[in-house]
Every structure is written in structure tokens, then in C-alpha cells.
Design a protein around this ligand. Sequence first.
Ligand SMILES: O=C(O)[C@H](O)[C@@H](O)[C@H](O)[C@H](O)COP(=O)(O)O
Length: 260
Amino acid sequence: MSTPQLVVHRDKELMAQAAAARLITKIVDAQASRGEASVVLTGGRNGNGLLAALAAAPARDAIDWGRLDLWWGDERFLPEGDPERNVTQARDALLDQVPVDPKRVHAMPASDGPWGTDVDAAAESYAAELARAAGPENHGSVPTFDVLMLGVGPDTHVASLFPELPAVRETERTVVGVHGAPKPPPTRVSLTLPAIRSAREVWLLAAGEDKAEAVVIALSGAGEIQAPAAGARGRQRTLWLLDSTAASQLPRSLYPPASP
Ligand SMILES: O=C(O)[C@H](O)[C@@H](O)[C@H](O)[C@H](O)COP(=O)(O)O
């Protein structure tokens, strides 16, 4: 697993804009070399802030939106179209403004979908969808994600993997149902750490004073059960994209020299 790298930006707006520019380049490069790209989106303010910045980016249409597979790291298990669903917020922030291929937008199931309110069955169906998309070179369970993005909670949760709860302890399945999440809504669908760690690159987005403690805990050697963000590592790269307030409690030795 790759060692975390940090990039610290002046404020959350600049972090979102810089992360959006970074994502455009990553997708364009993947499409140039493989003909397509695969990205995992995250919910939350920082994740949606990045999508809004991407929608406003002059270079956004350098991306061939028809050759981009979009997946989610987690989803709030609510009815289709609920404004609190991550996919609803992603559509509002970006997807309704660009010509994505609907067959390549892999939303996680809603609570009024084919599996009704059975969140565990819904999770199994998403795991099956991932496996169908996996190629022989992908260890057979999930496709090779070029970039998997994660917001970071103040308690160090990522996706819907919360400290000490069963989902963060999962070592075999790629997708699980989450019951009793401390962040509402309580019922969710989430990728697990093994699925997260299959990505080429994992980018963790953290901006705001309320993330400063989580950042220092996750980067100072905490275990992944107590601090799930600590276990979110990419096969080739793990990148923490921060603003200066979220980085404010880091010891100077961890603070990258290049950041202002
Ligand atoms: O469904 C969700 O709520 C998210 O996927 C969750 O993991 C989020 O990314 C973090 O809680 C950070 O959220 P903020 O960026 O809003 O702080």
C-alpha cells in the first residue's frame, strides 16, 4: 500500500478547484492510455464541492464523458431521488450538466428499488455489479478504479465505514450494508476497505477546522478500526487533499514543504 502524500491548499474553495483540475488530468490521461476511465465518487460537502468545481472548470470537456465509469464509495439508503442521496447531489452538482453515458453511471441501490428496504441485499447486488465490471487483471472482484475519492468525517470515517462498527472490520466482501451509522441517515451502503484499497489511487478530501483532529489521528499511526481513514490507501498512490485549517494540527514534520 502507498504511503500517504499531503497537499495543503489555502482554503476549501481552492482545494476543490485544484482537486477538480487534478481529476480532469487523471481522467484525460487514463482515457488517452486505456480508452476509458473509472472513478469512484464520494458524498459530503467536500466531495460535492469538488464536483461543482469540476462543472465550472474550463477544461472539464477535455474529459470524454461517454467513456467514463462512475461508481460511489457509499450511499445513503433512501428512496430514489431523495435530496439526501449522494447520487442526487452528484447529479445536481455535475452529472446533469455533462453528457455522461447513463449505462456507465453506477448508482448504488435506493431503498425503494428492486431489493426494497433490504439494505444487505442491495449491497450484494452492487458487489455483483462491480464483479461483472471487473476484468481478469482486477483480481476478479472490482474494476481497477483510476481514482477513488473519499470525504473524511470528523470521527475519521470514510465512505460509510465508521470507527469500531462492523463494516470497517469487513475483510472479504467488497460492499456491505451499514446499520446504525452515527451520521444520519443510519442505513447506508458502503464499499469496504478491501474494495477501497483495490483502487490505483485513493484521494482523501478534508477541508475545515472540524477535520483537523481527524487528519492528525489518521496520519499519525492510528489503526484502521479506530480510524478508518488510516486504512484508505491506494495501490499506487494515497493522496490527502487538505485546506490549511484541516491541516492546522499536523506537526510541521508531516506538513509538505511545497504547500504555502
Ligand atoms: O455519505 C456521506 O455522508 C459521505 O460519503 C461521507 O463519507 C462524507 O464524505 C464524510 O462524512 C465527509 O462529509 P463532509 O465532506 O460533508 O464533511
